[in-house]
Design a protein around this ligand. Structure first.
Ligand SMILES: Nc1ncnc2c1ncn2[C@@H]1O[C@H](COP(=O)(O)OP(=O)(O)OP(=O)(O)O)[C@@H](O)[C@H]1O
Length: 301
């Protein structure tokens, strides 16, 4: 990475010259309701890596990404980004794009695209702005109250990515992109890691166009990091396409998810002591003062 171009500006400039490596050591995390979100997660992702974060719904991917982004307070000494604690340092060069960012209401108002892009630094980074407009095939004459979901998402991605980042944490926000837009976007992200040594962690359930893209895989299950490693570790399993039409990467991920389901059992049969109500039926929830069937029926009306 060209260190002098680094956007990481930790307090006192501590991270300014450091490569954007991600280091997680023995990270466990409890939500305010006392339930365990993550347990003993450890991983090391080098600068310039592109990691696919894989796991069933509820596996803990968002929880981990939010902790990495510094949006949640992790136990001390458990997370280092470019050698710095992201929560206390409030790193400039770490960008997290997740659901709350997607739901920002401003992108549904009658506002012009150039105004929006400039409001997030477009005029300070005109080359990046123009490149993103081209890559994401954005029409500058769009008004945001009158665009499709996919068009809106493309503008949002441009907004989120204009400011140079060294670490990008992407939480499944490319679902609305058509195949070509997603392919172009992924190629651009790859270029960012190769040109600038930026580091990406991408949580996704959609594997289209991803064969050959990740440098690392990380597999989460029930708040644990079940396995992770560089792609070389999975080469034998992922190096070409299968007759089923899935890529071998897709087959590997499907296998992981089936094993996870088998290990966990159907949701309504889990007896998870960590969370009141989890693994219960509607009937049994009545005893917890939660949803009974009648209550649910009322709400449905
Ligand atoms: N604020 C919270 N308080 C308590 N439990 C939570 C909270 N946020 C998430 N959880 C629980 O933590 C678990 C992990 O959630 P998380 O959002 O990290 O999963 P995920 O892997 O990102 O899932 P998905 O693929 O559906 O986005 C889930 O069982 C969820 O219900």
């Amino acid at each position: 990475m060209a260190n002098q171009d680094s956007a990481l500006q930790g307090q006192g400039g501590a991270a300014a010259a450091a490569k954007p490596e991600i280091s997680v050591t023995g990270l466990s995390y409890k939500f305010v309701d006392g339930s365990l979100g993550l347990r003993d997660v450890s991983l090391e992702l080098p600068a310039g890596s592109r990691t696919l974060l894989i796991g069933a719904n509820g596996a803990g991917k968002t929880t981990l990404l939010r902790l990495l982004s510094g949006k949640r307070l992790a136990p001390s000494q458990t997370i280092r980004i470019a050698g710095v604690d992201p929560f206390s340092a409030g790193l400039e060069g770490v960008t997290y794009l997740g659901l709350e960012w997607v739901l920002n209401p401003i992108v549904r108002t009658d506002i012009a695209v150039p105004v929006l892009l400039d409001s997030v630094g477009g005029s300070f980074y005109p080359a990046r702005r123009d490149e993103l407009v081209r890559i994401l095939d954005i029409d500058l004459s769009w008004r945001m109250h009158a665009v499709s979901d996919g068009e809106r998402r493309r503008v949002q991605l441009a907004m989120g990515l204009i400011r140079p980042w060294d670490v990008l944490l992407l939480d499944e926000i490319t679902v609305d992109l058509d195949l070509l837009s997603r392919s172009n976007f992924l190629a651009w992200l790859r270029g960012e890691t190769e040109r600038r040594g930026a580091t990406i962690v991408y949580a996704t359930h959609i594997l289209d166009n991803l064969v050959g893209w990740p440098t690392h895989l990380a597999h989460m299950h029930l708040g644990r990091l079940k396995e992770w490693g560089p792609m070389a570790k999975y080469d034998a399993e992922t190096d070409c396409y299968t007759n089923s039409g899935n890529s071998k990467l897709g087959e590997l991920v499907l296998k992981w998810l089936k094993e996870d389901l088998h290990e966990r059992g159907p949701r309504n049969q889990i007896q998870n002591q960590n969370r009141p109500g989890q693994g219960k039926t509607y009937e049994s929830l009545e005893g917890l003062g939660g949803y009974g069937l009648e209550k649910k029926a009322e709400d449905d009306q």
